[in-house]
Design a protein. Structure first.
Length: 145
């Protein structure tokens, strides 16, 4: 059983950032392995295939939470399930071309991929944020600087 205690927000955000960095490492390790084994084109296709399935799973989970609350599946009822602290420096809801978007700035994962010189391959992970086929037009735009 976990003892209940209060943790300063800064410390909690640092813990989330640490996990996000590890997730970025894991994704990049799988992506690099697939590209090395199958070549760039086929390897990236396999990464995207896996990421699409991951995105669908995320979308189904988020959709189930909305359904459990009796909410219609409209963009304004989207229930954000990413951490509010530590994963990005900031997140904001915007409208671009009359479509709702989330803009993430200062992504911990993106910063890691850029440090490794693998930003393009790492960013394939971000396609999971689009929640393919499960949520109406919510897209997350990531800025890694």
């Amino acid at each position: 059983m976990i003892k209940e205690e209060k943790v300063p927000l800064k410390e909690a955000a640092e813990q989330v950032a640490r996990v996000c960095r590890r997730l970025a490492m894991l994704h990049l390790a799988f992506a690099k392995t697939l590209v090395a084994e199958f070549g760039e084109e086929k390897g990236k296709q396999l990464v995207l295939k896996a990421i699409k399935q991951y995105g669908i799973s995320i979308g189904e989970e988020v959709k189930a939470k909305a359904n459990a609350l009796g909410l219609s599946l409209e963009p304004e009822n989207y229930i954000e399930d990413l951490p509010h602290y530590g994963m990005h420096e900031s997140m904001e809801k915007v409208e671009i071309d009359r479509e709702p978007r989330m803009i993430a700035r200062g992504c911990v994962m993106g910063k890691y991929w850029n440090e490794m010189g693998m930003g393009e391959l790492g960013r394939l992970y971000c396609f999971a944020s689009m929640l393919q086929n499960t949520w109406p037009l919510i897209r997350i735009i990531n800025w890694y600087t």
